[in-house]
Design a protein around this ligand. Structure first.
Ligand SMILES: [Ca+2]
Ligand SMILES: [Ca+2]
Ligand SMILES: [Ca+2]
Ligand SMILES: [Ca+2]
Length: 206
């Protein structure tokens, strides 16, 4: 009887040994940990700032002041994409506001109404806007204005869809280039006009 038990134990041990031996194959592993997805950024700065940038703040404007060569009021917007992906530059939410301020004698004589609150200066000032590819501040060969007309005729937006790569810049120039003279220039005396606009950097062309 002892022999049978001993034989059985030997057999079990032997079988265990066989099972243990058959589980040890060669193997190897490779890993793919830390897969991370981080959103890119579109970050627009106007002349290096996130705050409002007012470039024109002119007073005492009159016809002769505008038409003197090389003295036209001139400004430049340097738009920078400080984000990490390319974007498309557009100008939106353009709002023109004309204010009468005082309505003085010469204005009334030219047909303005003494009780008027709406000014007329925006009918006389001509604005040119363009992308300054050569970055010399002036219209060069191959550069076309995307606007050349009276301030009062500005559209509500310019869908330029100008591609600016990450870290890239674009320069937009604005010039008050002409005074649309008429027999009623006096309508604009003491008046003021304001242009509000918003630069947007969009991920997709509009
Ligand atoms: Ca008026
Ligand atoms: Ca130029
Ligand atoms: Ca007026
Ligand atoms: Ca006025």
């Amino acid at each position: 009887m002892k022999k049978i038990i001993a034989s059985t134990l030997v057999l079990i041990i032997a079988l265990t040994g066989v099972i243990g031996a058959t589980a040890a194959y060669f193997s190897d592993v490779g890993t793919s940990n830390g897969n991370t997805f981080t959103a890119g950024s579109l970050d627009l700065k106007v002349n290096g700032s996130d705050d409002n940038v007012r470039l024109f703040n002119l007073s005492d404007i009159h016809p002769e002041y505008i038409v003197v060569p090389d003295s036209q009021p001139h400004s430049q917007y340097i738009i920078t994409n400080t984000g990490t992906i390319k974007g498309y530059l557009n100008i939106k939410n353009i709002v023109v506001t004309n204010v009468e301020n005082d309505c003085i004698g010469p204005e009334i004589a030219a047909g303005d109404e003494a009780t008027s609150s709406d000014g007329e200066l925006g009918d006389f000032l001509n604005l040119r806007l363009w992308v300054d590819i050569t970055e010399d501040g002036w219209i060069s060969e191959g550069e076309a204005t995307f606007y050349d007309g009276k301030i009062n005729d500005l559209p509500s937006e310019f869908l330029l869809n100008l591609e600016i790569p990450a870290g890239g810049t674009a320069k937009i120039i604005g010039v008050i280039s002409d005074w649309w003279s008429s027999p009623n220039d006096n309508l604009a005396q003491t008046d003021s006009v304001t242009i509000d606009l918003t630069f947007t950097l969009d991920q997709k062309a509009q």
